[in-house]
Design a protein around this ligand. Structure first.
Ligand code: SF4
Ligand code: SF4
Length: 269
């Protein structure tokens, strides 16, 4: 357990010292719908301007065809990916040589996945206090483990307002032989996501953030607001890893937009 913890810390330090650029994983948001409504959700951050609920979802066959052609590893995130219709069919249609990671809160019905998923996936599972009692969440991940369908890690957000609750939950996970990583609360990173000012910058990123309709965005903030799309990858292909854009809205970034290699340079007027 100590070794895993040390490895996790080292990876975090390495990220800060040697930003490696595009890491070979496409981030796909098959749906932005979620079964939870966490107080600290970074998606509610841009809520006044968000049009996340207005996305048309692509059929699973289109995603599968695109992913197999692109030949890159995939991270499914959201929202809750298991709320995407036919998600398990999509997983099964992805070529065996492509690695798949899934961010999930395990609050959707996991029976279809347990019974029918035929490929390995790596989970980045998160327990949120909004999920209800820890015991219920542990039952779900125990069922996945018992079926041989759990590989990956479990996390919680180190939300400052609920540290007591988080500590108690962590103890319960430990009692049931689960190690839980406590991740940084992204809201505390800096003021670029405070929506208190707008500054003009040149923003450069090496990351593929693909919206539910296949459009690529430079950042999560713009993806949630459907603003300044970089084109639809199903029509144009992946394009270049690194994209630079002049942006008038530094200050309206999403709390997670500093993750992945991001370079922001203030433009002097
Ligand atoms: S589970 Fe994740 S996406 Fe859903 S509300 Fe909570 S933080 Fe947001
Ligand atoms: S400066 Fe912020 S809002 Fe603008 S593109 Fe970059 S991450 Fe997005």
């Amino acid at each position: 357990m100590l070794i895993r913890k040390l490895k996790h810390r080292l990876a975090k330090i390495r990220e800060k010292i040697w930003p490696t650029g595009f890491d070979g994983w496409l981030r796909i948001y098959p749906t932005l719908r979620c079964n939870l409504n966490c107080t600290y959700c970074v998606h509610s951050h841009n809520l006044p301007a968000s049009s996340a609920d207005k996305y048309q979802l692509l059929p699973w066959q289109k995603w599968a065809e695109f992913i197999n052609q692109a030949g890159k590893n995939v991270i499914f995130t959201g929202g809750e990916p298991f709320l995407y219709p036919d998600f398990v069919k999509l997983l099964n249609a992805i070529s065996a040589g492509i690695k798949v990671k899934i961010y999930s809160n395990f609050g959707a019905d996991m029976q279809d996945y347990i019974k029918n998923c035929q490929r390995p996936v790596i989970f980045f599972g998160t327990y949120h206090p909004a999920s209800g009692p820890v015991g219920k969440f542990i039952e779900t991940i125990n069922a996945l483990r018992a079926a041989g369908k759990f590989q990956g890690s479990i996390h919680m957000v180190g939300w400052a307002k609920q540290l007591d609750y988080i500590t108690k939950a962590q103890e319960e996970f430990t009692r049931h032989n689960w190690y839980v990583y406590i991740d940084d609360d992204q809201y505390l990173q800096d003021d670029s996501s405070g929506m208190k000012f707008k500054k003009k910058v040149r923003c450069t990123r090496r990351i593929y953030l693909l919206a539910p309709d296949g459009r690529r965005y430079l950042c999560i903030s713009k993806l949630l607001r459907q603003k300044d799309a970089l084109g639809n990858v199903l029509e144009t292909g992946l394009g270049v890893d690194q994209v630079a854009m002049e942006c008038q809205e530094y200050g309206y970034c999403n709390p997670c937009d500093k993750l992945g290699e991001t370079k922001i340079v203030l433009v002097k007027e």
